[in-house]
Ligand binder design. Sequence first.
Ligand SMILES: [Zn+2]
Length: 108
Amino acid sequence: MEEKHPFVRDIFPDLVAELAALLEDEGEHGLAVHVRDIRLVAECGCGDDFCQSLRTGHHLPERPFGEGHRCVELSPSTGMLVLDVVDERIAYIEVLGRPPMPRRGAER
Ligand SMILES: [Zn+2]
């Protein structure tokens, strides 16, 4: 199947680097590798100022995720980063209360 969604690392390289480091800190080595290969399916779009959450893994179910789901809460220096992981794939990245993320390849 052709994959049209961009890699998250191509759009938000700083975020992916931070997530990889934080996942290593949590001992989540598998996810720290996987996070470099996830693709951006959609941005949250809820319109809340504090929310820059990203949907990844479009082969995965949307909320509620159901079986095989776990949350991985990270400890960034600012705000909150929480991963929704389904069967060890990252389905959603909750990015809350963080400064606007630098975006590569777009002006917004
Ligand atoms: Zn949101």
